[in-house]
Design a protein around this ligand. Structure first.
Ligand SMILES: NC(=O)c1ccc[n+]([C@@H]2O[C@H](COP(=O)([O-])OP(=O)(O)OC[C@H]3O[C@@H](n4cnc5c(N)ncnc54)[C@H](O)[C@@H]3O)[C@@H](O)[C@H]2O)c1
Length: 385
């Protein structure tokens, strides 16, 4: 999908993505906060209150949003601390109580200003308060802007695992000044970029040069790197999400690299970012696919090319307890898609060529792989040098 210059101001681009039959508009640019707020004010002008759920670290930006919208709407800001242990139903309940005490009604709108965590928590408030209020995302991290907001999935954690309680709630719109993303640390940037590497390998291989140019430009604040990565995120997601808005079949392709990736992330005990871990997971998935005769050498080499600039290189593996990685593979939440499987099988998203996921039962892009073979691939890519 191509973005076009906004008629009001050339600084704002407009694109959109599909969630089933819904089309969600996404307005973005670089250094365009004032323009975005002018446009957003029109969108929320008919609401009786605007509930601004924001990351506590983005308090200055939240104040700018309050000031920008104030002539047009009554805005009530509520800060959230973006910590996974606070991503709970208790936090959602607390926010809902505060919102109602502040005068939020059925005629109000919820704005989510922050990373993926704040987006999910605010999404849960929007989905449940008065049985549903419009949700508008203002993402402030690469993961949120390129990936998490492009979803109807809202959720919070249980002590047993992440995002285990949740629902589907389609955002009304998304607004992002890429300048908001520049406050995050390098680990966050790497994670957002690694998810785009995944999109290139699994969905959009024709965008490899575009992606590599973006990665090359990331260190230069004057480059269009973030714009390119955002466009790769939107372009990759819209096709699968149009047919699979609940991300239970076609959109499982976005789990590419995540089976081994989650195990690597847990085994690293915080040393590796989610993005680096998913990068290792993609290298392992490519190795598995090559062992099964699905991927040729050129496709495996493309994985190395796309991931090397992120520091995910087989000649520089992280020090990990590989036996622990093996055990953690059996805790992957995709196992629920293949009921009755034993420990001798690991369900994985595998490619049979770049941009094409191998289909399994029910046409899903998920196939059962012998556990021994996955262990061998993990040992190969994470072999100490
Ligand atoms: N489909 C979905 O709904 C979906 C998809 C991907 C991830 N997620 C969820 O999103 C979360 C991960 O998202 P994330 O990586 O954005 O993490 P996050 O929201 O936890 O933010 C990461 C860190 O960046 C900080 N931060 C946010 N904006 C900042 C800014 N502008 N400047 C400086 N620091 C800033 C936060 O305070 C936090 O410390 C997880 O909870 C995950 O489950 C959901």
């Amino acid at each position: 999908m191509s973005a076009t210059a906004d008629p009001i101001t050339a600084r704002v681009h407009r694109t959109s993505f599909a969630l089933g039959e819904d089309v969600v508009p996404y307005a973005y640019g670089d250094g365009c906060t004032d323009e975005l707020l002018l446009l957003l004010a029109e969108e929320v002008a008919s609401a009786d209150r605007v509930l601004l759920v924001h990351d506590a670290v983005a308090a200055d930006l939240a104040q700018r949003v309050v000031d920008g919208l104030a002539p047009h709407a009554l805005v009530h800001p509520l800060p959230v601390s973006a910590r996974e242990e606070l991503k709970t139903l208790e936090t959602v309940l607390h926010l809902a109580e505060e919102a109602v005490a502040a005068g939020v009604t059925r005629g109000s709108v919820v704005l989510a200003l922050g990373g993926g965590l704040v987006g999910n928590v605010a999404g849960m408030v929007a989905a449940t308060l008065f049985r549903g209020l419009p949700l508008v995302h203002l993402p402030t991290t690469p993961v949120a802007a390129f990936d998490a907001v492009l979803s109807a999935k809202q959720g919070v954690n249980l002590s047993a695992g992440k995002n285990m309680v949740g629902t589907f709630w389609t955002p009304r719109s998304v607004w992002c000044d890429l300048d908001w993303l520049r406050g995050v640390d390098a680990r966050q940037v790497l994670t957002g970029t690694a998810e785009m590497a995944k999109n290139v390998l699994a969905v959009l291989p024709e965008r490899e040069d575009d992606y590599l140019a973006a990665v090359d430009g990331l260190a230069d604040p004057g480059s269009d790197a973030l714009l390119r990565l955002l466009q790769i995120g939107v372009d990759a997601k819209t096709g699968p999400l149009r047919v699979d808005p609940h991300e239970r079949s076609e959109a499982l392709v976005f789990e590419y690299g995540h089976t081994v990736g989650h195990a690597v992330e847990l085994a690293s005990r915080g040393a590796l970012s989610h993005g680096a871990a998913v990068g290792w997971g993609m290298l392992a998935a490519a190795d598995v696919a090559a062992r099964l005769g699905l991927l040729d050498d050129a496709a495996v080499a493309a994985h190395a090319r796309v991931l090397a600039p992120l520091g995910v290189r087989v000649d520089a593996p992280p020090v990990l307890d590989r036996a622990l990685v093996h055990r953690l593979l059996l805790r992957d939440n995709k196992r629920g898609y293949l009921p009755g499987i034993g420990d001798d099988v690991v369900p994985m998203v595998l490619l049979d060529r770049l941009g094409s996921a191998r289909r399994g039962e029910g046409g899903r892009p998920l196939v059962p792989v012998p556990t021994d073979l996955v262990h061998a691939a993990v040992d190969e890519v994470l072999r100490p040098v």
